[in-house]
Design a protein around this ligand. Structure first.
Ligand SMILES: *Cc1c(COP(=O)(O)O)cnc(C)c1O
Length: 401
């Protein structure tokens, strides 16, 4: 009986090698066995040719890291438990007391919050620049600036900056430039190779990506990735990552591995439906402005056109509208509540279309000059039939007559 109990735990059976199937296996571990003490002593957790502890990598996470490198065009990747953790881990790896970080005014809100609360408490200064004015970034870089964030398109208002100009300014000052690449997802443009053919290798130093969005595609996984093309920079991030004890679950990694093969198809489908709805929205009188970088006239459209694939697959699945300032906040809320297919909820990249009203004046230093005054509502387009989504917006607009 006692032998049976031990055998159930330490069984001699080893399955035959050579199992091959479309989906990789899911390896789960905290403990990883070493064959002997010498291996235990000599194995380096940073060396991906072997395994030391679940937190530092398993076959499942190594495989996802490699595939994200392929998606982003990078060389090294670190996985973290959320997109926000990707942003904060980059900051913690690169900044120390006395340093300064610059963020675009339209940065992902929680990145601004982290910088203004946590980083400030650690004696790190955070300043905001106008992403649509490269000269403003140029003027704000000081010897203390150690990290510049860029985002294309910007959060909520979707302005597309002159990313090449912003990156060039950072390079000229020797400042590390990190992109929040959740919108582009490695598909709309190549973050490490912005001008392929023309100027090979011109790109950001770091790409942080909320895998929660398009790579997961299901609205059911939280994960982030930090991708680099420089071994020394990767090691700095990896060290901080290890010291913070950040890891991702094997089942979540597997969910992303399962969704990755269809990411380009899904991205194209979200993009096509979003363009159709954004164009149609321009004909609706209640919307005084439609924000979508592929729409001529939208802020930064020329920069988008210069950098991104102009055909489907170059513009993600988000657009925002500015509702006429004559509508009260209650009326805007009633409009959002009246939507039936569009659900109220944060995040995007999944099959279900979402809507969120934003109070832009509380999010920006001042009302951006390129935006008409009014109430901003953001739509994230899922994979439903576009005619149904159009009809849903149309019926909800009736409450605003
Ligand atoms: C969603 C999002 C994040 C954060 O991702 P989470 O996984 O929700 O933490 C970061 N940046 C951008 C631009 C995002 O849209």
């Amino acid at each position: 009986m006692t032998q049976k109990i031990t055998d159930l735990i330490q069984h001699g059976y080893v399955p035959p090698e050579g199992f091959a199937a479309p989906q990789p296996g899911v390896f789960k571990a905290s403990t990883v066995f070493f064959p002997n003490v010498a291996a235990m002593r000599s194995r380096e957790w940073k060396d991906k040719s072997a395994y030391t502890y679940g937190l530092h990598g398993t076959p499942t996470t190594y495989m996802l890291e490699e595939r994200i490198c392929t998606l982003e065009g990078g060389q090294q990747c670190v996985l973290v438990p959320s997109g926000l953790a990707a942003l904060t881990t980059v900051a913690m790896a690169l900044l120390k007391t006395g340093d300064e970080v610059l963020l675009p005014d339209n940065a992902y809100g929680p990145n601004k919050d982290f910088s203004r609360a946590e980083l400030k408490a650690w004696g790190i200064t955070c300043r905001v620049y106008d992403p649509m004015d490269a000269q403003d970034l140029q003027a704000k870089i000081t010897p203390a600036t150690k990290l510049v964030w860029v985002e294309a398109a910007g959060s909520v208002t979707l302005e597309f900056p002159d990313l090449v100009a912003l990156v060039r300014i950072c390079k000229a000052h020797g400042v590390c430039v990190a992109l929040d690449n959740t919108w582009g997802a490695g598909l709309a443009f190549a973050p490490f190779d912005l001008l392929p053919g023309q100027e090979p290798g011109l790109g950001v130093d770091i790409s942080a990506h909320a895998l929660t969005k398009y790579p997961s595609g299901g609205g059911d996984v939280l994960m982030g990735a930090i991708t680099t093309r420089d071994a020394a920079l990767h090691l700095r991030i990896k060290l901080t990552h290890m010291r913070l004890g950040l890891g991702v679950g094997a089942n979540d990694a597997e969910a992303v591995l399962r969704a990755l093969p269809s990411i380009a198809l899904r991205y194209c489908a979200h993009d096509a439906a979003t363009r159709a709805l954004a164009q149609w929205s321009q004909t609706q009188a209640q919307f005084v402005q439609v924000l979508h970088p592929a729409l001529p006239g939208s802020p930064g459209h020329a920069h988008w056109k210069a950098l991104c694939r102009p055909d489907e697959g170059g513009a993600a699945g988000l657009f925002s509208v500015v509702l006429d300032a004559r509508f009260s906040r209650d009326q805007v809320d009633t409009f959002c509540d009246a939507l039936k297919l569009f659900r109220l909820g944060y995040s995007w990249g999944g099959p279900v279309s979402l809507v969120v009203p934003y109070d832009l004046s509380s999010m920006r230093a001042s009302w951006p000059g390129h935006l008409v005054r009014g109430s901003v509502v953001r739509f994230a387009i899922g994979l439903e039939a576009v005619e149904d989504l159009r009809a849903d917006i149309a019926q909800a607009l009736a409450v605003l007559r």
